[in-house]
Design a protein around this ligand. Structure first.
Ligand SMILES: *Cc1c(COP(=O)(O)O)cnc(C)c1O
Length: 374
């Protein structure tokens, strides 16, 4: 019996039952259900929270990624077939979005220490067709954006960010790293640090022109009813999800602070030499611990640890068991080998780190990790 689930979404949301019900009532009574005042307010508030001028609500994170890339094509800044560097170690959505936009994903191996794309490996992945980098802040830790921006500036590449796991991560005084990036894509899938009660996503950017095109693309390529400038899609942020997200946003910083507290306890109190712990960045604000991921020496030990924790009532997940280039969807599509991504898929294990865990539960998880042996 699992006593401590990996993530208990009911426990995440029920403390806010009253404000969620008020938000829902508000939307029902408004009589306006898609791209209305709640969406507009949430776009403004979330973009401002991230330090950007514009936010465009869309249907989900995959669409946010795809539409910011497609908008760059419509504006003539990228063209179909251009190559975009993406991490080999990411959720498949990052790679799918590049293809969906008509661009070509080129995989770059991660730095094992941070799990994020390794800026030192960008140059070797470039070809004359390379036009951009799509960085991912995996597990909630900001990628090394200053190195990526520097590299991109030297080669005249556009930089995009997949921030689906890093709501509220902060670099220096700015909430989020993205200032020199073209745009940043967010997902509000229910499990994310800021999650809706359904699907939702957003593109944030300082570029008014790009914002306008993303907004049109998500609305059938139209900004004037029945006048279609682009071959768009239907990807809009529902009023009810925007209202829920407005109710939850004020709590995000406190939730992230609690995640950092739990992560620090794991890092300080887990002493089992079989467990390789993740690193807390020099500036702890750069990490929001979307998941807390340990590594074991090999697949057999990892699988044993997962079974052992399950027997102790602790839920875990593997992010991700099969890297994108190994998926059937991408069979034979990628040249070269990605041994780091493959080794990570065999050795990583994520343990509970959600803000809802209490101190006793964290103590129990630490105890179980320390008592594991092969
Ligand atoms: C969740 C996630 C996405 C996709 O978001 P959806 O809202 O599920 O479409 C994209 N990239 C990363 C890194 C994610 O974790």
């Amino acid at each position: 019996m699992i006593k401590i689930p990996f993530l208990d979404l009911k426990r995440v949301n029920t403390p806010y039952m009253d404000s969620l019900m008020d938000a829902a009532t508000d939307v029902v009574e408004s009589g306006w259900y898609i791209r209305g005042s709640h969406c507009e307010k949430f776009e403004k508030e979330f973009a401002a929270y991230c330090g950007f001028a514009h936010g465009i609500g869309v249907g989900n994170g995959l669409d946010a990624l795809t539409l910011m890339l497609r908008a760059s094509i419509e504006l003539g800044r990228l063209k179909p077939g251009d190559e975009i560097l993406v991490p080999s170690n990411t959720y498949i959505a990052t790679v799918l979005a590049v293809n969906a936009a008509g661009l070509v994903p080129v995989l770059v191996e991660p730095d094992e220490r941070t799990f994020n794309i390794d800026p030192a490996k960008l140059a070797a992945a470039c070809s004359p067709k390379t036009r951009g980098v799509l960085a991912v802040h995996l597990y909630g830790r900001l990628a090394d954006m200053s190195a990526i921006w520097k590299f991109a500036a030297e080669r005249n590449l556009l930089v995009f960010e997949d921030a689906a796991q890093s709501h509220g991560a902060q670099s220096g005084s700015a909430k989020h790293a993205g200032k020199k990036s073209v745009a940043v894509a967010y997902s509000f899938y229910p499990t994310k640090n800021l999650g809706a009660l359904g699907d939702a996503g957003m593109v944030v950017t300082d570029d008014a022109e790009l914002a306008r095109v993303v907004r049109m693309l998500g609305n059938y390529g139209s900004e004037q009813k029945y006048v279609n400038r682009y071959r768009g899609v239907n990807s809009r942020l529902d009023e009810i999800q925007a209202a829920f997200l407005l109710a939850k946003l004020p709590h995000l910083d406190a939730w992230n602070a609690r995640r950092r507290e739990i992560a620090a306890r794991y890092v300080n109190e887990v002493t089992n030499p079989l467990v390789r712990l993740p690193e807390i960045p020099a500036d702890p604000q750069e990490h929001v611990w979307h998941v807390f991921t340990i590594r074991l020496p090999d697949r057999v030990t990892r699988d044993k640890m997962q079974g052992y924790l399950e027997s102790r009532g602790i839920g875990t997940l593997i992010f991700y068991p099969i890297p994108p280039h190994r998926q059937e969807a991408y069979e034979d599509r990628f040249d070269g080998k990605f041994p780091i991504a493959e080794n990570l898929a065999e050795t990583v294990l994520s343990i509970p780190v959600s803000q809802v865990l209490d101190d006793e539960e964290v103590t129990e998880i630490i105890g179980a990790l320390n008592e594991f042996s092969v």
